[in-house]
Design a protein around this ligand. Sequence first.
Ligand SMILES: [Zn+2]
Length: 77
Amino acid sequence: MIGFGDPGIRCSAAGCTRDAEFRVNWRNPRIHGPERVKVWLACQEHRDSLSDYLGSRGFPVAVTALDIELDRVPDPA
Ligand SMILES: [Zn+2]
């Protein structure tokens, strides 16, 4: 499970110990309302694989810089 227990800003990919550079913002439309934004943190290397993984499950995904917080994840066009 992804959490923010570590005080460092660590990539959320399994086994990755790099500092995160991006937020992968997403939600599961089946259990989250449009106001919910889940966030995985990602290093440069894992940004695409994490967002592709979520996108392949049909979840809305938006990647932003680490210091940009989204109010909501836009629905896929
Ligand atoms: Zn990583």
